[in-house]
Every structure is written in structure tokens, then in C-alpha cells.
Design a protein around this ligand. Structure first.
Ligand SMILES: [Zn+2]
Ligand SMILES: [Zn+2]
Length: 232
């Protein structure tokens, strides 16, 4: 009920128009979606300056003791202003229905990537305080909209430490330290021996994904990679 009133109010203030070509009644039309840029190369998610196949973590970064993430596949790029706008409307203007076209972009790029199929898909969890503020977990919405016939789990990786957006800045090591212990696995049998693919909207220095990977690997996961829309 509340959602419907909200949607009505929203549509009378901002009529729904394609964020690309301004055609009415859609946030992104079929034509504009079709020309969204797919990433043409992938980098190591940790150092971000080594090109690697499928965005695998490079040999140097793999050796760092605090690195558990095996790779991150980035679907598109923020150099595409339309993608940047779509993500902004999705996350900060709370246009939840953008999950559908954005998830489609993730699915298309995953098909493109020739990445080995994961055993299980997991959305990067939000702390319940952030969840209350936004009203939804953007990563979970993307995962729900993904139509990949792969099992998913949304319950057993939880975020129990709140980190303010300010602390997100700073060096990778500083950010990583701030996140230690932020996530918990509540049932180890879910991830034991599995290849996990984490879904998130955007990544910067991959510290959140890496901390999820550390937690999942401690719970027995074999391989943990990420799939995101863009690198900020
Ligand atoms: Zn359009
Ligand atoms: Zn690297």
C-alpha cells in the first residue's frame, strides 16, 4: 500500500522517462539498454592496474595474506554516462524497478565472460541500519532480478557491523581493517566446498567483496568471486 502511494507521488513529481532518450513510461528503453557499454577488458580487483582474464586476482595480489577474493568481473563502465545515471537513480533515488534492466546487464555480461558457472549466488548483505535507511538492499534486488537458474542464498551471510560511508574512504588497507569482522556466516554447510559468486552494484577497491570472501572461505567456500555493474 505504502509503496503504491509512494510510486504515485513519485510519478507525479518525476514522470517516468527513459534516462537515455527521454521517451515516456520507462526508466530505460529497449534501444538505450542495447547500447549500454559492456566492459571490454577486466582488471585485477585488488591492484586494479593489471589486466587479467575474467578479472581474476593477479599473481602478486593473490599472495597478500589479507586477500581472499579470487576475482571480480565488471559488467560495464562508469565511463558510460547512462550506466552511471541508472545506478545513481537505482541507489540514491530509490528507483527499485531499475534492478530489472541492471540485472539484465549483469546476466548478459556473465554470459559473455565464459566464467565457469558458480554453484551459488550471494548478494553482498547490508547492515540492518543501512537497510532501514534505503528500504532495500540494492545487491539483493539485483540478485532477485537475475534469471540464471543458479541456486542463491540470501540468509546465511550477514553483515553485523555498521560502517559509516566516511570510513569507506582511505587506503585499501585502512578500509580493509575497518571491515574486519563485519560479516558472519550463520550456517557453514551452505558454502562448504562451493564456488560462490557475490553480486554487488559497484566496487571501488573491492574491500567489501574481499571481506565477504574471507568470511566465506573461513566457512569452507572453495572459490569466491564477484560480479558487479561497474568500478567506481
Ligand atoms: Zn531510451
Ligand atoms: Zn593485483
Amino acid at each position: 500500500m505504502f509503496t503504491r502511494i509512494w510510486e504515485y507521488l513519485l510519478s507525479s513529481i518525476f514522470p517516468k522517462r527513459c534516462l537515455g532518450c527521454k521517451v515516456f513510461d520507462t526508466w530505460i528503453c529497449h534501444r538505450c539498454h542495447g547500447i549500454l557499454a559492456l566492459a571490454t577488458q577486466q582488471q585485477c580487483p585488488i591492484c586494479t592496474n593489471t589486466l587479467t582474464p575474467f578479472g581474476q586476482t593477479c599473481p602478486q595480489c593473490v599472495q597478500k595474506t589479507d586477500v581472499a577474493l579470487d576475482g571480480v568481473y565488471v559488467a560495464s563502465t562508469y565511463q558510460d554516462p547512462l550506466l552511471k545515471k541508472l545506478v545513481h537513480y537505482f541507489k540514491y533515488k530509490f528507483i527499485r524497478e531499475l534492478a530489472q534492466p541492471l540485472a539484465l546487464l549483469l546476466a548478459q555480461s556473465l554470459r559473455h565472460s565464459h566464467l565457469p558457472a558458480p554453484d551459488i549466488l550471494v548478494a553482498v548483505p547490508l547492515h540492518h541500519r543501512r537497510m532501514r535507511w534505503r528500504g532495500f538492499n540494492q545487491s539483493q534486488e539485483l540478485l532477485n532480478a537475475l534469471d540464471l537458474q543458479i541456486p542463491q542464498d540470501s540468509k546465511h551471510l550477514i553483515r553485523n557491523k555498521f560502517t559509516s560511508p566516511q570510513v569507506k574512504r582511505g587506503t585499501r588497507t585502512k578500509r580493509q581493517k575497518n571491515l574486519v569482522g563485519a560479516f558472519t556466516v550463520t550456517d557453514r554447510t551452505i558454502f562448504d566446498g562451493k564456488n560462490v559468486l557475490l553480486i554487488d552494484d559497484v566496487t571501488t577497491t573491492a574491500t567489501t567483496l574481499n571481506e565477504c570472501a574471507r568470511t566465506l572461505k573461513k566457512a569452507g567456500a572453495k572459490n569466491v568471486s564477484g560480479l558487479v555493474l561497474a568500478r567506481d
